[in-house]
Design a protein. Sequence first.
Length: 262
Amino acid sequence: MKRVLFLSFFLLALSVASNAQNEHEKYDEPVVIYSHQLFGGFHFHTNGYGGTFSLGWFKGARNVRLASIDVLFMKHEKETRSWNPIYQDARSYIYGKVNNLYIVRPGFGMKKMITDKLRRSGVSVGYTWEIGPCLGFTKPVYLEVIYTDPLTDNQYLVSEKFDPDLHFSDNIFGRSSGLKGFGELGFEPGLFAKFSLNFEYSDLKDRLKGIETGVAVDAFSRRVPIMSEQILAEGQVEKARNHQLFLTFYINLFFGKKYNKE
């Protein structure tokens, strides 16, 4: 993921450099002043993925005030996908994972344009900062566990919440339905902050299309229980634990429009 981020910076820097040339391709349409922006897109970060949506109000020609919301899935870096080696139709699962973590970030901030787009095929460059509450929701992980009937010796499956004292690689068939556990959501409050560079390259003045790449920090009031601490300790990996602070690098692929509110 980090290589993708660096490559994006490099390629977009080349685009900006080429934008300074070929002045004969400048816009020849009349200048239109817009009051609002509306855009959203797909969010890919070093620990997961999600979606983002933003509403912006122009404060001058180069500044946009933002209200946004991100909805993200956050993984633990020690997650490893496993399969039951005996059953070919078994579903994969993450051994030791006790909760899925979903994050909702309602935030506000500012976007500032550094360089404008001089021609239709050019790139405008800017930066954005945002802060706000970080609302974490944990959903228990359920697994299909293998049991044997002592009378008939027949095997059957039971969907159970993962327990490191009861469930092991030899009696786990696979993961349960992804909908299992939504009635048992836990809440983890926190705060977030993020900073990014954005590159917009739509060839229409009233449309937005581009890439945003940056860094985000999510800080919670306690360590969020994604993995079993017992399983992490058994792995004897130095500093392998659940986290209170998540530092991620991300890329947003966004699209939207500019408009004047009537």
